[in-house]
Design a protein around this ligand. Structure first.
Ligand SMILES: [Zn+2]
Length: 134
């Protein structure tokens, strides 16, 4: 009988090739899994901030909500995707607005009112508040 857990061949070989050993390779994989679990479990939107602000170019960012960490390049693309989502929502709101010719649309009996309120909430879920363009 042994108290050692069975080490998958790929982990054993990765530990050998990398030179960090099987134990450290397993620790690193556990850290990666835990980080992914934090990121995937985040209520969102992520609120990334640079981890190493003292550095001229920060390489990693941490979410203030879930403590998940990403490379700054991933953070950049996350923010770009959010900008695209906001632009799409703005287009939908403005199309509804163009049909109604009144603002603010505050008649709760108007079918468009509920749609616009839903779109505003979707916009806010991206981490910013929607404001009508002047
Ligand atoms: Zn997060």
């Amino acid at each position: 009988m042994t108290d050692k857990k069975e080490v998958p061949e790929v982990i054993r070989r990765l530990g050998e090739i990398s030179g960090v050993g099987v134990v450290r390779t397993n620790e690193i994989l556990e850290e990666v899994r835990a980080n992914l679990a934090r990121l995937n479990g985040c209520a969102g939107p992520h609120d990334f901030q640079p981890i190493d602000e003292g550095q001229r170019l920060s390489r990693k960012a941490r979410c203030s909500k879930c403590a998940g960490e990403v490379r700054t390049s991933d953070w950049h693309w996350y923010e770009r995707a959010m900008e695209h989502v906001r632009a799409d929502i703005e287009q939908q709101i403005e199309a509804l607005w163009a049909d109604h010719k009144k603002w603010p649309l505050d008649d709760a009996d108007d079918p468009a009112y509920g749609i616009i309120e839903g779109l505003k909430r979707a916009y806010q879920a991206t981490g910013k508040s929607w404001e009508p363009k002047k």
